[in-house]
Design a protein. Structure first.
Length: 243
């Protein structure tokens, strides 16, 4: 009895500690990309304009316009790309569904051959394929995973991707503009806040990746700082040339 209790406890502990994060939900990539893009693009836009020695009002209008245009563009792009990918997957699933309906025996043999190639004993592979093929929807799910590498029940949502992208871009793009909205008349508070935001975003992303927080944060800080420095130099150059 003690052995059974110990095994049950170990099984329960393994189940509690062996969980995985959602890697196919369709929100993480657009959210991360949107926030980073919003921060970098609007920071670069503002530093480029400020480098041209324009007035405070022009900087604020430019920043807000960049926020709105970028957020809508990102949302539309994410929705279209994810919707197109989803439609392609659904079309391939329809092809597989027709094959299962027209040639069930051939599809069953194909599944058995796949398991055999992975090291399963041929007789057992045929029996597993036979049992899995009894339910057409289950068979479709198995074939989709094995042949296409997708889960039909866990396709990314275009709406989730669009909303995630829109919100994260708007939030990221707001940081460089915020000091000017609060009355700042010089560039450095916006630059400091945006760079801090870039480092923070990179550190947060490290929570769901294998990278250390400081490496991810410094990487985003360096990329954003480089973009801002280049556009500021270009703005200064063009401002001088046009002046």
């Amino acid at each position: 009895m003690a052995i059974i209790d110990t095994e049950a406890t170990l099984h329960e502990a393994h189940r509690d500690n062996h969980t995985h994060r959602d890697v196919n939900g369709g929100w993480l990539r657009p959210a991360v990309f949107g926030a980073m893009d919003g921060l970098v693009s609007n920071l670069a836009l503002l530093t480029g304009v400020a480098g041209g020695s324009v007035g405070h009002q022009t900087i604020v209008i430019t920043g807000l316009a960049g926020l709105a245009a970028g957020a809508f563009s990102m949302a539309a792009g994410e929705y279209t790309s994810v919707a197109s990918q989803r439609e392609l997957v659904l079309a391939e699933l329809d092809v597989e569904r027709r094959e299962l309906r027209k040639h069930p025996q051939a599809e069953e043999e194909e599944l058995a051959a796949l398991y055999t190639a992975r090291g399963v004993e041929p007789g057992l592979a045929r029996e597993v394929a036979r049992q899995l093929s009894k339910d057409p929807e289950r068979a479709l799910e198995i074939h989709a995973r094995e042949e296409l590498g997708i889960d039909p029940a866990d396709l990314p949502s275009p709406l989730v991707a669009a909303v995630s992208s829109f919100g994260s871009f708007a939030l990221g793009a707001l940081l460089p503009v915020l000091p000017f909205l609060l009355g700042a008349t010089v560039l450095w508070p916006a630059v400091l806040l945006a760079l801090a935001g870039l480092f923070g975003c990179g550190a947060v992303v490290a929570r769901v990746t294998a990278r250390s927080w400081w490496y991810s944060g410094l990487r985003q800080l360096a990329l954003g700082g480089a973009a801002a420095g280049v556009t500021y130099a270009l703005g200064s150059l063009f401002g001088t040339a046009l002046g």
